[in-house]
Design a protein around this ligand. Structure first.
Ligand SMILES: C[S@@+](CC[C@H](N)C(=O)[O-])C[C@H]1O[C@@H](n2cnc3c(N)ncnc32)[C@H](O)[C@@H]1O
Length: 391
């Protein structure tokens, strides 16, 4: 079937129409005229892949990576870098408009200082029978054998080569890897790879962590992200929810009298304690719990000035949004890696009396459709109790 790509949708696929149906075309570019094959149908929707680019859209380029298309890691290499940034701005606007009914006139996406060789964290898949190491192939659980990954930071690329040249234990199917300033941590650690802790300096602070705890992928863009998220954050009391190893907790502890950080991964919260101790900050209560559990028990009469939340892709649970609404902080900063769940949660926060003050996106994940969005909200009204979302 011959179709024309109308635009790029959240999820990174191209939108087209044909035979009276809506067609989602992977690895597409706006303005492409492409011959597609239908991989799957679901009601009025078709999922397709490109067989031939008949006429390329204006922003189409030759993907530089030889694994592109087969490897499931990247899905935006066919776009110029500027077109990737534009598509991400449109994806955020689309989600906010469609899901949250919020009209944002313009979204700025801050580019990554390095659109290639930026990834400081990765998950590698291993197939011991075929002796392959790399990423899952697109839409499958087969391992795409990758010798050189063009988005890996140089230190991780070297580690990938070392892992490929080593003799990993047969039972090893997945490897988590993360880079610091000088070393790399692997989970599980094996053979020569025994470093179980790395250190990275970001915006004047030192962070210790390992591959079992979360750390942001694009380390070079972190100073700008932190600056934007924490600008104008000051007062008596702050909460850092989904706090990891304390990337935001440490600078928050310098700006607020009291901070509480909440994180469910014990390894990560132990590192947060260590990072605060090294920074000689004693005004933080580090809680190891799920945010939903903790916020239910957190006293409602406590005065909170600032809440920063940085949940995983699934967004914040209803109980967490309701808990934040009950606390009525003056300001909220929502850091999100998924525009769709962000929009769902913003809708509830706006219904609960907050308004969006400003918003900026950061291209933490070049060559993929993923994007990080930071939204500042301020308390604008006493909420209508009927707007609280029950669950
Ligand atoms: C996107 S990361 C952000 C971490 C940290 N803010 C940072 O920038 O490094 C989300 C974090 O939330 C943690 N997490 C996931 N689900 C959680 C939950 N229900 N309650 C508390 N923490 C959770 C994960 O372990 C992870 O550390």
């Amino acid at each position: 079937m011959l179709v024309e790509i109308e635009r790029i949708l959240p999820g990174g696929v191209g939108l087209a129409h044909g035979e009276g149906k809506t067609i989602f075309v992977s690895l597409a570019v706006t303005g492409d005229r492409v011959r597609v094959k239908i991989d799957r149908e679901q009601g009025n929707l078709m999922f397709a892949s490109i067989v031939e680019v008949v006429e390329p859209g204006p922003d189409r380029i030759e993907p530089p990576c030889p694994y592109f298309g087969r490897c499931g890691g990247c899905d935006f290499q066919q776009l110029t870098y500027q077109a990737q940034l534009n598509a991400k701005a449109d994806i955020i606007k689309d989600c906010l408009q469609r899901i949250a009914k919020l009209d944002i006139p313009a979204v700025t996406v801050i580019p990554s200082p390095t659109p290639w060789r930026y990834r400081g964290r990765a998950t590698w898949q291993l197939d011991p029978d075929l002796q392959t190491v790399g990423y899952y192939e697109r839409g499958s659980r087969r391992v795409c054998d990758v010798a050189d990954c063009a988005v890996l930071a140089p230190r991780l690329q070297t580690t990938l080569e070392q892992v490929r040249n080593s003799d990993p234990p047969k039972e090893l199917k997945h490897l988590e890897v993360v880079s610091g300033d000088d070393f790399v941590s692997l989970a599980p650690a094996f053979a020569v790879f025994q470093t179980n802790e790395v250190t990275l300096r970001v915006a004047g602070e030192s962070y210790h962590y390992n591959a079992e705890s979360f750390f942001q992928i694009n380390q070079e863009l972190l100073p700008e992200l932190l600056k934007y998220a924490l600008s104008e954050a000051e007062g008596e009391t702050a909460l850092d929810l989904y706090s990891g190893v304390g990337l935001f907790t440490v600078p928050l502890a310098r700006r607020f009298k009291r901070v509480t950080s909440v994180e469910s991964n014990r390894t990560a919260s132990r590192f947060a304690e260590k990072n605060l101790q090294d920074a000689k900050l004693e005004n933080v209560n580090v809680v190891t719990a799920t945010v939903a559990e903790w916020i239910r028990s957190f006293a409602n009469n406590k005065q909170v000035d600032f809440v920063l939340l940085d949940p995983p892709r699934a967004g914040a649970e209803s109980a967490v949004i309701n808990g934040i609404l009950n606390l009525q902080p003056s300001k909220i900063c929502y850091v999100s890696c998924d525009p769709a769940t962000l929009a769902r949660d913003l809708k509830k926060l706006v219904a609960g009396g907050f308004s969006i003050e400003r918003l900026c996106a950061f291209d933490m994940f070049p060559q993929t459709h993923h994007v990080e969005t930071v939204v500042h909200l301020i308390r604008s009204q006493i909420p209508d109790p009927r707007s609280q979302i029950s669950h």
